[in-house]
Design a protein around this ligand. Structure first.
Ligand SMILES: C=CC1=C(C)c2cc3[nH]c(cc4nc(cc5[nH]c(cc1n2)c(C)c5CCC(=O)O)C(CCC(=O)O)=C4C)c(C)c3C=C
Ligand SMILES: [Fe+2]
Ligand SMILES: [Fe+2]
Length: 333
C-alpha cells in the first residue's frame, strides 16, 4: 500500500499481554519507601476513607513514621536483583513470553512505582499492539488489587487517540489450573523438607472486614481457594489473613494468632503457604518466613517451613499459559 510521505508510521498489528502486579519501592531506603507508600496509600481503592480525612493522617503520621520501619523490613528481603516482587514478576513475564511464543508480546508493569502501567502500555502500543490483554496477577478479585490495576490501565487509555482493544483477565481463584499449580508446587516443596508438617496454613493478605459487607468478593474467593486446596491435599489445611494495617477491624482469623492457636491444639510442625500472592514479596518473605516463624517457635512450635509462591516456576508458567490462552481466544489461533 502506498502512503503519503507525511503519513504517521503504522507498525504491524500485534497482540499484547500485560502482566500487572502490585508494585514495590525502587530501593530499600526510607525515601524510596516513602514515595511508594505515598502513591499506594493515596489510592482510594486501597484506603476507603474520604480524602479530606485520610490525607492529613497519611501525610502527618504514616509517612513520617512508617517508611523507616518498612525500609528496614525491605532491606531484609532485598536481593542483588532488587525487590523480590519485581524480579519474580519480570521472570514470570519472560517465562510466559517463551511459552506463548512470537504470536504475542508479553510485558509486565506495576500498579504503584515502576515500571508503571501507562509507560508499558505506551511501549506496547509503540510496538504495534492493537489488542491487549490486561492480566492483574491476583487469583482472588479485590477492588484494592484487581480493580485498581484495571482502573490505572483504563486511565492510561483515556489519553490515547488510537486506543488498543482491551480484555481483562478474570479472577482465577477456583480455576482447576490454579488449584493444580498450587498442589504441584506445594507437594514439590513439601517433599524437599526434612520434616513432615502436621498441618498446612494458607495465609492470605487481609482486607478491612467492611469490604466484605460492601460486596467485595475477596473473602469468599479466598475461602473457596482453601476449600479446593483441602480437597486436593492429603494434610489438614488451616486458613488465616495477614498484614493488618490501621485501626479498623480486618478479616479474621489473623495469621500470627492462628499459628499460636495451632500450637495450642497440638500442631508442632507447620508449613505455611500464601496462595493469594503470585510472587514472593515483603509480605511473604519478611512477615511470614521471618516474623511469623519466630512467633510460632516462641509459642512452642518445633518446625516451621515457608513454602514459596508460584513465582516463575514451571507450575506458574503452565498455569498462566492456560489462563491467558483461553482469554486470548479469537485473538490468536
Ligand atoms: C489499607 C491498606 C492495605 C490494603 C487494603 C492492602 C491490600 C492488599 N495488598 C496486597 C498485596 C501486597 N501488599 C503489599 C504491601 C503492603 N500492603 C499495605 C497495605 C495494604 N494492602 C502496605 C502499607 C504495604 C507496604 C509494606 C509496608 O509498609 O508494610 C505487598 C508487597 C509489596 C512489596 O514491595 O513486596 C503485596 C504483594 C493484596 C493482595 C491486598 C488485597 C487483597
Ligand atoms: Fe498490601
Ligand atoms: Fe465470604
Amino acid at each position: 500500500m502506498i502512503r503519503p510521505p507525511d503519513h504517521p508510521a503504522i507498525p504491524a498489528p500485534r497482540v499484547g499481554v500485560l502482566l500487572i502486579n502490585l508494585g514495590t519501592p525502587d530501593g530499600p531506603d526510607p525515601a524510596s519507601v516513602k514515595r511508594y507508600l505515598a502513591e499506594f496509600l493515596s489510592d482510594p481503592r486501597v484506603v476507603e476513607i474520604p480524602k479530606l480525612v485520610w490525607q492529613p493522617i497519611l501525610r502527618g503520621v504514616i509517612l513520617t513514621t512508617r517508611p523507616k520501619k518498612s525500609a528496614h523490613a525491605y532491606s531484609q528481603v532485598w536481593t542483588e536483583r532488587g525487590s523480590p516482587l519485581a524480579f519474580h514478576t519480570r521472570d514470570t513475564a519472560f517465562g510466559v513470553q517463551q511459552a506463548l511464543g512470537d504470536k504475542v508480546l508479553v510485558d509486565w508493569a506495576m500498579r504503584y512505582g515502576n515500571p508503571s502501567i501507562p509507560s508499558r502500555l505506551a511501549a506496547m502500543k509503540q510496538a504495534g499492539c492493537d489488542r491487549i490483554l490486561l492480566a492483574p496477577l491476583y487469583p482472588q478479585y479485590s477492588a484494592a488489587t484487581t480493580a485498581t490495576a484495571n482502573d490505572a490501565a483504563f486511565a492510561a487509555l483515556k489519553a490515547m487517540r488510537w486506543q488498543p482493544a482491551v480484555r481483562t483477565l478474570p479472577p482465577y481463584h477456583d480455576d482447576p489450573a490454579y488449584i493444580a499449580a498450587l498442589k504441584g508446587s506445594i507437594e514439590a516443596h513439601l517433599s524437599a523438607l526434612n520434616f513432615a508438617p502436621d498441618a498446612l496454613l494458607a495465609s492470605f493478605h487481609g482486607m478491612p472486614e467492611r469490604t466484605l459487607h460492601l460486596g467485595d468478593p475477596y473473602h469468599c474467593q479466598s475461602v473457596k481457594t482453601v476449600r479446593l486446596l483441602r480437597e486436593a491435599l492429603p494434610l489438614p489445611v488451616h486458613m488465616s489473613f495477614q498484614s493488618r494495617f490501621g485501626r479498623a477491624k480486618w478479616l479474621e482469623p489473623e495469621t500470627e494468632s492462628t499459628l499460636a492457636q495451632m500450637v495450642e491444639k497440638g500442631v508442632r510442625n507447620v508449613a505455611v503457604v500464601t496462595p493469594g500472592f503470585a510472587a514472593d514479596c515483603l509480605e511473604t518473605l519478611e512477615e511470614i518466613a521471618l516474623r511469623a516463624k519466630e512467633v510460632f517457635l516462641a509459642k512452642g512450635g518445633e518446625k516451621f517451613a515457608y513454602l514459596p509462591c508460584l513465582n516463575a516456576s514451571g507450575e506458574a508458567i503452565t498455569l498462566y499459559q492456560r489462563l491467558l490462552s483461553r482469554e486470548l481466544s479469537g485473538w490468536i489461533d
